[in-house]
Write a protein that binds this ligand. Structure first.
Ligand SMILES: C[S@@+](CC[C@H](N)C(=O)[O-])C[C@H]1O[C@@H](n2cnc3c(N)ncnc32)[C@H](O)[C@@H]1O
Length: 325
């Protein structure tokens, strides 16, 4: 694995993203606009850009923000937790909602989700590499419900120290883990998966607690480099795309179309929003210490041979079938 800074690869050549090209009205928030991204890219490299999948995450979780399709989608399955917070038992005094985001980058997603948290003890935890935390601190300064913590993927120590400072696995239950645009460089895939395993294992999650729900937004950039993540992730976690029912075109207000995979911006079929859960049986499997073994499926299903899960591949084939219709 390369030990160079993952935010400054030698061929780095990136420009700010545009909210308009990603389905939202022009961002009126200076912290995440084009000028702020340009400055942040100079100082923080990849972490300073707002990546496409974060707009997809917000299209799912931040339904109050105005979108260009005018909320053509009528119903989402599962419904975003931001719409059901007031109904959920986890905002009670005994179980305040706790959400953790990995690789938060500029903090756009954390800022928007944090704004939904009304309960005074509810917390949105934004995390990233230690050297990116100053960007998060700056952009999230005014967000009363958001905390920033360093969390380098693969570091059990980082996961444990967050768990201990928030009393996860005892007084608090980690309810959601948010991952936006984190599946890209091959060298980061195993450390990312390892952190997801740490955050869904004891002591972060007590045996009596339901495991956190993982919400992933992902844009395919290079399938050849990225599929090994899904092949290994699916061995330890079940996952499925969010489904959406859109208003059938050309018809009246209440005419609901069929259920399809939620594609946040119509036509951008390479963007996915998944919901994942740790497989309960996997809690007793041993997690291999070497990254190659982990990505190769060693330890999964309690055996030491290499193996791959085909959930993602099947999903891609089914999407192709839908597009041909
Ligand atoms: C492509 S950016 C996505 C940023 C943000 N989530 C978004 O969607 O705009 C990947 C993020 O992962 C972070 N990252 C990369 N390697 C990491 C590691 N080993 N541990 C923790 N975070 C890492 C980067 O600093 C960056 O913020």
């Amino acid at each position: 694995m390369t030990r160079s800074n993952p935010n400054f690869p030698s061929d780095l050549d990136i420009k700010p993203s545009s909210s308009v090209l990603n389905g939202f009205n022009q961002l009126s928030d200076d912290r995440f606009g084009a000028d702020a991204q340009t400055q942040a890219i100079q100082a923080y490299g990849i972490a300073g850009r707002v990546w496409e999948a974060s707009y997809a995450m917000l299209a799912y979780l931040d339904r109050a923000s105005p979108t260009l399709d005018g909320h053509d989608v009528i119903t989402l399955d599962p419904p975003p937790f931001t719409e059901t917070i007031h109904l959920s038992g986890s905002t009670s005094e005994d179980d305040p909602l706790t959400i953790l985001e990995l690789g938060s980058g500029t903090g756009l997603v954390a800022a928007r989700i944090g704004a939904y948290l009304q309960h005074e003890r509810a917390i949105m935890v934004a995390t990233d590499l230690p050297e990116v935390c100053s960007l998060l601190q700056k952009n999230l300064r005014g967000c009363a419900t958001v905390e920033v913590h360093p969390l380098s993927w693969g570091s059990h120590q980082d996961a444990l120290s967050i768990a201990s400072s928030l009393a996860l696995g005892s007084a608090r239950r980690l309810a959601y883990i948010i991952c936006s645009d984190l599946v890209y460089f091959p060298a980061l895939l195993a450390p990312l998966l390892r952190t997801l395993l740490h955050l869904t294992s004891e002591p972060v999650v007590a045996p009596s607690q339901p495991p956190p729900r993982i919400i992933v937004s992902y844009k395919i950039r290079s399938l050849a480099k990225e599929t090994s993540f899904w092949g290994a992730f699916g061995l330890w976690f079940t996952f499925a795309p969010v489904l959406a029912r859109r208003r059938a075109s050309g018809d009246g207000e209440r005419n609901e179309g069929r259920w399809d995979r939620f594609v946040p911006v119509p036509g951008q079929d390479e963007t996915f929003v998944f919901i994942g859960h740790r497989r309960p049986e996997s809690r007793i499997w041993s997690i291999p210490e070497d990254d190659e073994g982990l990505l190769g499926g060693v330890g999964a299903w309690g055996t030491m041979d290499h193996k791959v899960d085909d959930t993602f591949e099947t999903m891609l084939l089914m999407s192709l079938g839908t597009m041909d219709e």
